[in-house]
Write a protein that binds this ligand. Structure first.
Ligand code: NAP
Ligand code: MG
Length: 413
């Protein structure tokens, strides 16, 4: 088969454990046989991060900035146990966090919907895309235990000392707890622009949720910045595509999300996004079917990844020589979403078509009743056709390859 020529390189980021095993198989079966592509490769496996004092992660992030497309395998974020397991020099930070800070982007998650995989929330017919403002708020806050009587203040010291403010928050008579947090206009503007760009790319409406009735200044700032950006930069483009932007109170938004059929982007503040993205993932079924991208504020730089981790439990079985039933779909979509971005920037219609056919083939195979164990377990006991059974990862990939080639030949010959 003739390979599709990809003019500009992509940055490939390798990872850890079962995700790394899947990654290698996907490249062998589904990517390299069909694409003539230059790969800028970074091995972010935990041992190499340790060996390079994590410089490899920083280099990878700058390479994504340079080439505009990153395709990332899941990586271990070390904790105390992992430090001992791999004899690490340091508890290296999350690579995703490092890359996100360098690219300065927003994370968007999108579930892959398959007709025969039942959803816990059955009225969700179209994907609910969720954007998390992954900067500051609770995640860079100071929290503390108050153990004695005393007064708690919020104190801002202006640089010229003229506009300093000291506001009493609470008079503690008994022990309690306290927290101080912040965000910046710059980061909220970036978040807003990434969200509007994403909505336009996907041609779906956008909602922002906040609690601005309670946090009038804090959450009100999110509402105002989104509204301003919408009016000044995106209103006409949205009108042209017949899509809308709306702010909703978080409570109102959650009840709307549950009742809806999906098909929109939900922009969440940091903590809301952390929590609600798990609600959405569960509601749609499986972590193995959730894609994730990091998009910068002008929509030009994109890094794609699966939402799941390195699937350690499966890896331990694999190392013992057992057959594994890990679902490769989210990792395949990691490749197709990254390659689609490459295709759009380079105006490469063949590459765009390749990504589309690959995604459609994945869906077709599962809809024909061939799937991995995680999906099988979701439909088991729902009175579905007894012919459906589950496959191990390798067999599933081989069937997928056959289906892809069938569809590919139809289009490209
Ligand atoms: P995980 O790797 O997402 O796996 C948790 C469980 O979810 C698995 O044991 C498996 O359930 C199920 N699962 C996830 N992906 C699946 C797939 N593709 N196919 C089938 N089942 C799948 O989360 P974790 O075990 O909490 O984390 C493991 C490591 O990943 C940690 O070191 C963490 O730091 C890292 N991590 C990395 C990223 C990232 O790089 N983006 C994200 C999250 C976590 P069953 O065992 O029940 O089959
Ligand atoms: Mg979470």
């Amino acid at each position: 088969m003739k390979k599709i020529k990809v003019l500009n390189p992509i940055v490939e980021i390798d990872g850890d454990e079962m995700a790394r095993i899947l990654w290698k198989k996907i490249k062998k079966y589904l990517i390299f046989p069909y694409l003539d592509i230059k790969i800028i490769y970074f091995d972010l496996g935990i041992k190499n991060r340790d060996l390079t004092n994590d410089q490899i992660t920083i280099d990878a992030a700058f390479a994504i900035k340079k080439y505009h497309v990153g395709i990332k395998c899941a990586t271990i974020t070390p904790d105390k146990e992992r430090m001992i397991e791999f004899n690490l020099k340091k508890m290296w930070p999350s690579p995703n966090g490092t890359i996100r800070n360098i690219i300065n982007g927003t994370i968007f998650r999108e579930p892959i919907i398959i007709k025969n995989i039942p959803r816990i929330i059955s009225n969700w017919k179209k994907p609910i895309h969720i954007a998390r403002h992954a900067y500051a708020d609770q995640y860079q806050s100071i929290d503390l235990l108050i153990k004695e009587k005393g007064k708690l203040y919020l104190y801002f010291e202006s640089e010229n000392k003229k506009n300093s403010k000291k506001i009493k928050i609470h008079n503690f008579i008994n022990p309690g707890i306290a927290m101080g947090m912040f965000n910046t206009d710059e980061s909220i503007y970036g978040f807003a622009r990434s969200c509007f760009h994403y909505s336009i790319n996907k041609k779906i409406p956008l909602f922002l949720s906040t609690k601005n009735t309670i946090l009038k200044a804090y959450d009100g700032r999110y509402k105002d910045i989104f509204q301003k950006i919408y009016k000044n930069e995106f209103l006409l483009k949205f009108k042209k595509l017949n899509i809308t932007y709306e702010h909703r109170l978080i409570d109102d938004m959650i009840s709307y999300v549950i009742k809806s059929n999906g098909g929109f982007l939900w922009a969440c503040k940091n903590y809301d996004g952390d929590v609600q993205s798990d609600t959405i993932a569960q509601g749609f079924g499986s972590l193995g079917m959730m894609t994730s991208i990091l998009l910068n504020s002008n929509g030009k730089i994109l890094e794609s990844e699966a939402a799941h981790g390195t699937i350690t439990r499966h890896y331990r079985l694999y190392k013992k020589g057992e057959k594994v039933y890990t679902n490769p779909i989210a990792s395949i979509f990691t490749w197709t979403r990254g390659l689609k971005h490459r295709a759009i920037i380079d105006n490469n219609i063949f590459l765009k078509k390749y990504s589309q056919i690959m995604e459609e083939s994945c869906i077709e195979v599962i809809e024909s009743g061939k799937m991995t164990k995680d999906l099988f377990q979701l439909i088991k006991g729902k009175g579905i056709n007894k012919k459906i059974n589950y496959l191990d990862t390798e067999s599933f990939l081989k069937i997928l390859k056959i289906q892809f080639e069938k569809n590919y030949i139809k289009i490209f010959s």
